[in-house]
Ligand binder design. Structure first.
Ligand code: IMP
Ligand code: MG
Length: 176
């Protein structure tokens, strides 16, 4: 499919995403029971996933956001900068980080180290996409939507220099 001149190959359709999110919501509610966690969306990529996941989970899951910078074009950077912090105090609370994609895990590792110093009751991660061959982190990823090859993907929140975020599916950019 061509999107603003670029050729995008569908990797995960919108229907597959919807179906998997219902499955993830079941796994998450089974894990936490009545101790519903604060959903922490990592801006900006996770907004689409978080809003669909939160609706699949139903009432009782508060949401908050933070923003970190990690990516410049298609190259990963080893450290993160907090551009916008949480509005909530997470001390003593169950926290579930909501990520669009975990690639090397460098961003996530730095983020988890920072959040651990605030002493949440628990800290877990749900990511829509996981690249197992690229992952270098030591934290287990508790909830994974799809494991994918190490190709650069776009859509459903993920961008290439701010393009393609609004696609309702996940695709691979074949040519620009
Ligand atoms: P990591 O630190 O390598 O795990 O990558 C962190 C961030 O880079 C993710 O949260 C995304 O925002 C971005 N990223 C990693 N891989 C991709 C990709 O394939 N497409 C778009 N963004 C990506
Ligand atoms: Mg991200």
């Amino acid at each position: 499919m061509r999107v603003s001149g670029a050729k995008i190959k569908t990797l995960i359709s919108s229907a597959e995403i919807d179906r998997r999110i219902l499955g993830l919501a079941k796994e998450i509610s089974a894990q936490y029971g009545e101790e519903k966690p604060l959903l922490v969306g990592v801006l900006k990529g996770s907004v689409f996933f978080l809003s669909d996941l939160a609706r699949a989970l139903g009432d009782g899951y508060p949401i908050d956001f933070l923003a970190v910078s990690s990516y410049d074009g298609t190259e990963s950077r080893g450290s993160v900068k907090i551009n916008m912090d949480l509005a909530s105090d997470i001390r003593g609370r169950h926290v579930l980080i909501v990520e669009d994609i975990v690639d090397t895990g460098m961003t996530l590792s730095a983020l988890l180290d920072m959040l651990r110093t605030r002493e949440p009751a628990s800290l877990r991660v749900v990511t829509l996409l996981f690249k197992p061959q690229a992952y270098k982190g030591d934290h287990p990823i508790e909830f994974i939507g799809f494991s994918i090859p190490s190709d650069f993907v776009v859509g459903y929140g993920m961008d290439l220099d701010e393009d393609f975020r609004n696609l309702p599916y996940v695709g691979i950019v074949e040519s620009l």
